[in-house]
Design a protein. Structure first.
Length: 254
């Protein structure tokens, strides 16, 4: 786990790719769990994205990935407006993607039917950006392709506790880009010492972390990292399917 003094903002330098003489150091910035900023302190969220914007060149920031729980109450437009205002600072400055967390999918307490993520950060929001590869038919998952450090990288952003249709879509993206190193971002994947066995979102056909591992991650060696949020990390994988998982500590409301 990598931490900076800038609240929950974390810098990840991807050192897990094959290194050659021409390889160039670069950074990926991960933004975990901004929901309390979107609700209570939008100025902190904006300070984070402003810092990223100011340091793209100095740190060779190739990509920004939001790990989900963008807002706290997914049914409230004001929180989405705050989040958009903050994320807008990155438009035209650096490629980025977001995955919806369980809070983002809330349509009311205990109900996960909100489509406001798609309305605010769906395909229309990224129209015109060449690095934006597209979204799943439901619009909750997306992928981006960027060049960084001499590598072509595929970033997959999967909805929290994705249903089977989102997993099938992710597989189609990977199989359409064989051999391209992929970084899979999703909100929920691990609990303290193992992959999560229970989906954080209610409803039929929702995948837990363990089910995501079995149905997707372990099947595709090109997935080189799974940045996630939601809990703490104790790394483990089988030797046959080693995946470097970069887990970012959740910033809890005081």
């Amino acid at each position: 786990m990598f931490r900076t003094t800038l609240t929950s903002l974390c810098l990840i330098t991807l050192a897990l790719l094959p290194q050659g003489a021409a390889a160039e150091r670069f950074c990926v910035v991960a933004l975990p769990d901004t929901q309390n900023y979107s609700e209570f302190h939008p100025e902190v969220f904006t300070a984070q994205t402003s810092w990223i914007k100011s340091n793209v060149a100095a740190l060779n920031i190739a990509f920004v990935t939001h790990l989900g729980d963008i807002v706290n109450e997914g049914w409230k437009d004001g929180q989405w407006a705050n989040a958009r205002n903050s994320m807008d600072l990155l438009r035209g400055r650096v490629p980025f993607g977001l995955c919806p967390g369980n809070h983002d999918l809330l349509s009311a307490p205990g109900e996960w039917n909100s489509t406001k993520f798609v309305a605010n950060f769906g395909p229309a929001y990224f129209s015109g950006y060449s690095w934006y590869g597209g979204a799943s038919p439901r619009g909750f998952s997306s992928y981006q392709i960027v060049n960084a450090g001499g590598f072509t990288l595929l970033f997959l952003h999967l909805e929290c506790a994705p249903p089977g249709s989102e997993i099938d879509w992710a597989i189609s993206v990977l199989e359409s880009h064989p051999g391209v190193p992929a970084i899979l971002t999703t909100h929920e994947y691990l609990v303290t010492d193992k992959r999560d066995r229970t989906a954080a979102v209610g409803g039929a056909d929702r995948h837990s972390g363990e089910e995501m591992w079995n149905d997707l991650v372990r099947r595709y060696d090109q997935i080189v990292a799974v940045p996630v949020s939601y809990t703490h990390l104790r790394a483990h994988e089988t030797p046959e399917h080693l995946v470097c998982r970069l887990l970012l500590e959740k910033k809890k409301k005081q």
